[in-house]
Design a protein around this ligand. Sequence first.
Ligand SMILES: [Zn+2]
Length: 115
Amino acid sequence: MHELSLAQGLVEQLRQTAEAEGATRVTSVTVVIGNYSGVEPDAFEFAFPFATEGTLVDGAELIIDLLPVSVECRQCKTTSHPEPINLVCMKCGSDDVVLQGGREFLIRSVEIDVP
Ligand SMILES: [Zn+2]
């Protein structure tokens, strides 16, 4: 499962951050997932506990912030949020658009326990 390896990568990043801060435990993590990132939020949420098991992220609360796709139209200069499968301007219907957001997959914030 794609999301499991993503979750494992995330846990590794969290471990490094936590250890650099001298933390013993990660209590909460907020992850941003764009609607066009190819990451399935439900699958990611499901994979998270498997990836964290036995690490200092074990038991941490996972908060997922979903971001919609955002495109800017080169024709009418409007920014809109179309469906990820059909990237067109929602105002004039042009497909001459520039992707501005929605590919995000990143850590927004982390809460840790420092003894
Ligand atoms: Zn347009």
